[in-house]
Design a protein around this ligand. Structure first.
Ligand code: ATP
Ligand code: MG
Length: 485
């Protein structure tokens, strides 16, 4: 029936109970246990006050202003940290939310029933206690029945509950896409009615729910429900601009639908790759010139990268995640055709996006293709590119990978330390990217001696010209031959 509860949890419950207090496992983890899913985190609720909880567990810390004490326990499963944390929260009722963001004050409650009444959905308002050697479920809002029928329903009046905290509307949709449950009609209607309250919610809280939708089993279903209810305009309004925008002849879907389908078919479980699949064509509405078969979308990749950065900064994503998604969107139009594109082009692509990102970029392309309605995810060309990336993976694409370095130039050729050394290495790299066979110490030293005759300015121009020239060439190929109509 219920999966075994880790001994660390039952130990926490027992310790609190032995001291004369009540203690329950509560919320999402009980829901997950009943569904045979592995809980993401473990929450315990008790009538003991935070200081009392702390005194029972020497290895604990007072986490926040909401009555939560973090209790360190032995790890549930191998991970990065030495310990896991069980959150033990004192029973509480939430009072008024006058700013619709956070409760004005946190009041502790005396009973479990009061605590359960402030929880968002019936399936999240279940508690579990240890009874003898078994468990007992406390279910005051028919959460088990909703769990059985796969229904998301607020505890009490949905209008009141969403009016208290608008994020709950987004949470309802998040549980829909995570669990595959339907939202009960009155709950759904309240979301549509109160959608504007989303404007009061902080970007950080929105981001956390959005991430869970994107990483769920049905991310596209979640995003589409955000759109259908009207919440998307407060989460990612930029996606709304693609609604009803037709593409050119060989695209059967509108921009919005195509973005959604690319997300749906994204082969990667990674957050960055899924977001890039969703955002890859986000700037097509702005980039569109002309109508019908003549429509073009020049530069939508570069514009899309900018829009992506704006969205992700607004939502307070980390710099690293933002940069990765931005880069994938900017490069999603890369051109590859084994008959025309040589090894040096592939090396330049690797140089531009990083070897470690190549598979992710290819996954965005697979998502793009499948989201366009093409039957075959990975045609010969893409499989060949994967083979080439593997084959060329040891070729130099950075100065560090050259077979000589600055010290060699100083030690073996007697060059003076200075900026010229860096400039010479840059020129050598550009030549090695063209012909990987040139990455050979003797050859590079000879060539470096020749280059030493040039002045710094000229060397810089040479390195830059090579890169610019080639970039332009690659881009031109993209624009002329690939997707661009
Ligand atoms: P998961 O941990 O899988 O993301 P969860 O349901 O456990 O989902 P948490 O954010 O961990 O969600 O919250 C734990 C519990 O706290 C919820 O199950 C619910 O009972 C309650 N809760 C969380 N956020 C809210 C909220 N905004 N309004 C009311 N109750 C909430
Ligand atoms: Mg949880």
């Amino acid at each position: 029936m219920i999966k075994k509860i880790p001994s660390q949890i039952t130990e926490v419950l027992r310790t609190i109970e032995k001291a004369g207090f009540e203690a329950y496992v509560v919320g999402g983890c009980v829901r997950d246990l009943l569904m045979q899913r592995t809980p993401r985190d473990w929450d315990v609720t008790t009538n003991a006050k935070p200081e009392q909880v702390q005194s029972l567990f020497p290895e604990s810390f007072y986490e926040n202003d909401f009555g939560t004490v973090g209790v360190k326990v032995a790890r549930f499963s191998p991970g990065d940290f030495e310990y896991d944390v069980v959150e033990v929260t004192t029973f509480r009722v939430e009072s008024k939310y006058s700013d619709k963001r956070r409760p004005d004050a946190v009041r502790f409650a005396d009973t479990l029933a009061e605590d359960l009444s402030r929880r968002d959905f019936t399936i999240n308002a279940l508690a579990l206690k240890i009874a003898n050697s078994d468990y007992e479920i406390i279910d005051l809002y028919a959460g088990q029945k909703d769990l059985q029928n796969k229904i998301i329903r607020t505890v009490g009046n949905p209008v009141e509950r969403f009016d208290e905290d608008a994020l709950r509307m987004m949470r309802a949709i998040r549980f829909h896409s995570e669990l595959g449950f339907q939202i009960e009609p009155a709950t759904y209607a309240a979301i549509v009615n109160l959608k504007e309250n989303m404007q009061h919610i902080s970007q950080e809280r929105i981001k956390d729910e959005l991430v869970k939708i994107i990483l769920s089993d049905d991310p596209a279903g979640g995003i589409d429900m955000l759109h259908e209810t009207g919440l998307l305009a407060y989460v990612i309004p930029e996606l709304e601009t693609g609604v009803g925008v037709a593409q050119s002849h060989h695209h059967i879907y509108t921009v919005y639908k195509h973005c959604l389908l690319a997300l749906k078919h994204c082969p990667s479980p990674k957050l960055e790759v899924r977001l890039a699949s969703l955002f890859h064509d986000i700037a097509k509405p702005q980039a569109k010139r002309g109508q019908g078969e003549e429509a073009t979308f020049y530069n939508h990749d570069y514009l899309g990268a900018k829009v992506t950065e704006t969205i992700m900064r607004r939502l307070r994503f980390s710099k690293e995640v933002t940069e990765k998604v931005r880069m994938l969107v900017e490069n999603h139009m890369f051109y590859y055709n084994p008959e025309e594109v040589g090894e040096s082009s592939v090396r330049r692509l690797i140089q531009k996006v990083g070897l470690e990102n190549m598979q992710d970029l290819i996954d965005v392309r697979v998502a793009d293709r499948l989201g366009s309605g093409v039957p075959k995810a990975k045609p010969y060309k893409l499989r060949h590119l994967e083979y080439m990336v593997e084959k060329l993976s040891h070729d130099a694409v950075s100065v560090k990978m050259l077979r000589i370095n600055g010290s060699d130039l100083i030690g073996e050729l007697g060059f003076q330390p200075g900026p010229k050394i860096g400039a010479i290495l840059d020129v050598l790299l550009s030549e090695v990217i063209e012909h990987s066979a040139k990455n050979e110490k003797g050859f590079l030293l000879t060539r470096a001696k020749e280059l030493e005759q040039e002045d710094l300015q000229k060397l810089r121009e040479m390195a830059k010209m090579k890169i610019e020239e080639k970039k332009e060439e690659d881009d031109k190929e993209i624009r002329d031959k690939y997707w661009v109509k």
